[in-house]
Design a protein around this ligand. Structure first.
Ligand code: BG6
Length: 508
């Protein structure tokens, strides 16, 4: 374990000034997202001094309540989450000053998202700049934006802003995503809509741009001539939990691929943008996503977890989870082979897999380099030398490691395999983070770099559209909970003479 090191140079200057005064209106104040992620993130932002004095929060929801009841409920959930080691927000204690800053600014408004009176009531209370956060089920996104637009709440006066944050899922296929974009863009300008993908709130994901574009060493080899293939994995050990109702019509493909997995894909494969400005970055991402060939069904493998053993405990199969049909054919695992049709990546397969109840938790991008060009080591055929593999690990560890071949010490020229690894925590202090801090702050300061533009969203859906249309409804391979996925997914790579890297971080 390396000792804690100081970054050799830390140019971080951004994010140090408080956001401009504004009101944050949260639709869905009684929901899980507000409790689990938004409040802890606001608390962390307050602790970092990044919220302005002129900041207030209005929570809107349909049940009865008062400012005081909202404050009491959220204080209680903050305390509970801080003590729960499995929650995103696990803190030694709650700092009364930071939480007091948030608590005293919380207000409640009872309202039905489908009624114009609700938006009139919001209008009576909101003056100046505002961020409207749709922390609600997806079916309300369009309704809320229309309510805001029709009440005149999206008109931006000189010197103030009106922005809307929209959660995922943004549509359920290409046609519905396009329809939702068209619907909201009737009410405001694209620059007012902040479509969230929480993977972009992860520091390690944001850092991929710096890693690729702040180092001259990588760019020359980051292309088809030197890279054999790329594997993008998001393996989870959790099952569907209480979300069967949402997950049944959704499945792993819609839940993870056109959004989260495509964000990772874009970060690792897009062309260098002209700047880190929001439009420059998002244009490069759109260009890359649009270059992904629509995925033919033969390049996709689905699976569903059956009963199995995970971390020493027996766990039920998906079909036995609450709110799931006993004969469900919804996929909880998907593996894909993507082809990027552009000059840099032609012929380099990007294998993508994601699944629930897998043997381990690992979100990672692994870049596999081409082998050395000829057999120089007599006792070790070049074919047996593993490839140089660079892994950008996003969860549960945050870091980058590279595996390559060196000489084993001794009189003979024998080749052995080693790994050099860097962890963010070895160099940088851990800042309290549940994942939404940067996103909320960026929205308040008007930096849309980490949010999805309409064309980014639509390009993701366009790539998976043939699968959604041509999906075989019957018969889905089962994999035991606690495994690495269905064997059919191994065959997807084996037919190209490749194999998946281990979910435990091994290469073989
Ligand atoms: C969510 C999906 O968007 O992302 C969940 O709806 C999934 O099904 C989650 O578990 C994964 O996010 P993370 O940050 O835990 O890797």
């Amino acid at each position: 374990m390396p000792e804690q090191m100081t970054p050799l140079k830390d140019d971080a200057a951004s994010g140090t000034t408080p956001a401009p005064p504004c009101t944050l209106v949260i639709f869905g104040a009684g929901g899980d997202l507000t409790k689990r992620l938004l409040m802890p993130s606001l608390y962390n932002l307050a602790g970092a001094g990044l919220l302005p004095e002129g900041f207030s929060i209005i929570g809107v929801d349909h049940s009865d309540g008062t400012d005081q009841s909202l404050r009491d409920t959220l204080t209680k959930t903050m305390e509970e989450f801080s003590k729960d080691p499995t929650s995103e927000f696990h803190a030694a204690h709650i700092d009364p000053k930071s939480w007091g800053f948030i608590r005293d600014r919380l207000h409640y408004l009872k309202g039905d998202f489908e009624k114009p009176e609700t938006f009139q009531a919001v209008k009576d209370r909101v003056k100046g700049s505002a961020v409207f956060y749709c922390a609600v089920a997806a079916r309300f996104f369009g309704t809320i934006v229309e309510g805001l637009g029709q009440a005149g709440l999206l008109k931006q006066e000189e010197g103030s802003f009106r922005r809307v944050v929209i959660e995922k899922p943004f549509g359920s296929d290409l046609a519905s995503a396009k329809a939702l974009n068209a619907r909201i863009l009737k009410q405001g300008d694209e620059s007012q809509f902040y479509r969230i993908d929480h993977f972009l709130g992860k520091e390690t994901v944001q850092s991929i741009m710096a890693f690729r574009f702040a180092n001259g060493m990588l760019e020359p080899v980051w292309r088809r001539e030197y890279i054999d293939s790329v594997q993008i994995t998001a393996a989870e050990t959790v099952g569907v939990e209480e979300r069967g109702g949402f997950y049944e019509p959704t499945g792993a493909l819609r839940d993870m691929v056109p959004n989260h997995m495509f964000q990772l894909l874009c970060m690792v494969a897009m062309e260098p943008p002209n700047s880190f400005g929001a439009e420059a970055v998002r244009s490069e991402k759109a260009k890359l996503a649009e270059a992904v060939r629509p995925i033919p069904p033969e390049d996709a493998v689905r699976g569903q977890y059956g009963a199995g053993t995970l971390e020493g405990h027996s766990v039920p199969g998906y079909r036995d989870e609450p709110h799931v049909a006993g004969d469900s054919v919804t996929e909880t695992y998907i593996a894909l082979k993507l082809a990027i049709e552009n000059w840099r990546w032609a012929g380099v397969p990007f294998y993508v897999r994601t699944g629930k109840r897998m043997t381990g938790r690992r979100t990672e991008i692994a870049v596999l380099f081409k082998p050395a060009p000829f057999k120089m080591f007599e006792d070790t055929p070049t074919d047996d030398l593993g490839p140089t593999v660079m892994r950008i690990t996003i969860d549960p560890d945050h870091g980058i490691s590279t595996e390559y071949n060196v000489k084993v010490p001794g009189p003979e020229m024998k080749v052995g395999r080693v790994r050099t690894a860097f962890k963010y925590s070895d160099f940088f202090a851990d800042t309290p983070n549940v994942g939404y801090e940067t996103l909320l702050y960026d929205c308040m300061v008007g930096d849309a770099t980490l949010f999805q533009r309409a064309d980014n969203i639509e390009a993701g859906w366009a790539a998976v559209d043939p699968l959604l249309k041509g999906w075989p409804q019957a018969d889905i391979p089962l994999y035991p909970a606690g495994s690495a996925g269905p064997k059919e997914a191994d065959a997807l790579l084996a037919r190209d003479g490749r194999h998946w890297l281990g979910i435990d971080g091994t290469t073989d």
